[in-house]
Design a protein around this ligand. Structure first.
Ligand SMILES: Cc1ncc(COP(=O)(O)O)c(C=O)c1O
Length: 322
């Protein structure tokens, strides 16, 4: 079953015409949301699903799109879609808003917007056992060209070029630099460096997608490890001297990086802070840490109300350095 414009219909009805504007011009925006199966409680937990729909709304604002459902309504639709598919494993949700008119002509205005969502089973997206990365020869798209802040379908050509180059050259993932040569992010992941026990990550204006996993990592680092994150401009050669490094994203989860451009990161094996973050994240998303229940949306039965309800969003996590 899939969701088309607010209605759940058989997947066979989830078809769009080859003339669709979003298909021709990349005028769509989307989200990627994971749901984790917990075999002990026999339930699936959608992770920070509301925040994903809030970001979808922000992407729509940038792309001049109308999404006629509130984030809460979208959450309800997501839960219902997973229920109707009766999934009992790890899943991935892909909501998409796109320009639906079947016309020739590049623009964003005076076009109809359609919305769909699918829910499919999903395993690992990249290796979580140690990624070998390269600095891409492709530069990250700029906010004044194709804004990375919005999760725009067309913008993923940039990611695809970088990813294919990296894979064909024998690397697991690409790290893209901005036009000015500073570090931005991976093809589908944000990047963290560990230096002297602190976390460092490119700031919000470095042409990154402001990741929900990135935010989760900063909050877990603060709450669970007492470690601050410095959001700052990062040079390419800092990638070669960091003690540890990891990528993170809904798809990638927490993926430690063990080398960059054939230079080992730290000892060239999984570092202690990356490993700790990986374990912590895996427990939180599967509902093994009740303090973080407010980040979870169960599919089949309610969770006990979290003791921290409403507090997690307000943790002071980082120092922004201009
Ligand atoms: C380019 C890019 N950066 C970062 C991320 C991580 O974002 P999130 O943690 O919200 O999944 C993604 C994931 O979709 C991405 O595509």
């Amino acid at each position: 079953m899939v969701l088309m414009n607010g209605k759940i219909v058989p997947a066979a009805k989830g078809r769009v015409s080859i003339l669709t504007h979003g298909f021709s011009y990349g005028t769509g925006c989307f989200e990627g949301i994971r749901g984790y199966w917990n075999p002990d409680t026999e339930d699936i937990y959608l992770f920070r699903v509301r925040e994903h729909f809030e970001r979808l709304h922000r992407s729509c604002r940038i792309l001049n799109m109308a999404l006629p459902y509130t984030p809460d309504e979208l959450v309800q639709q997501a839960v219902e879609l997973v229920r109707q598919n009766n999934w009992h494993e790890n899943i991935y949700l892909r909501p998409m808003v796109y320009k639906a008119d079947e016309i020739i002509g590049v623009k964003l205005h005076d076009l109809r917007d359609h919305y769909y969502m699918i829910a499919v089973p999903m395993g690992d997206y990249v290796s979580t056992k140690g990624l070998e990365c390269c600095v891409s020869s492709w530069r990250r798209i700029d906010d004044n060209a194709v804004p990375a802040r919005a999760k725009v379908t067309g913008g993923y050509v940039n990611s695809a070029l970088a990813k294919t180059e990296a894979n064909r050259n024998g690397f697991g993932e690409a790290i893209m630099l901005n036009a000015d040569g500073h570090v931005s992010e991976g093809s589908g992941e944000n990047l963290f460096l560990v230096m002297n026990g602190e976390l460092h990550t490119p700031g919000a204006t470095e042409n990154i997608l402001l990741g929900i996993t990135r935010d989760t990592v900063m909050k877990l680092a603060q709450r669970e490890m007492g470690r601050i994150t410095r959001e700052r401009v990062i040079d390419r050669t800092e990638l070669y001297i960091a003690d540890e490094m990891f990528m993170c994203g809904t798809g990638a989860q927490i993926a430690p990086v063990i080398s960059v451009d054939h230079r080992p990161v730290g000892t060239g094996t999984l570092g202690p802070i990356s490993s700790e973050m990986q374990t912590l994240y895996a427990d939180v998303v599967r509902g093994r840490r009740p303090e973080y229940f407010e980040w979870l949306t169960p599919i089949y039965k309610p969770l006990p109300v979290a003791a921290t309800n409403g507090n997690l969003l307000n943790i002071e996590v980082s120092e922004v350095i201009d």
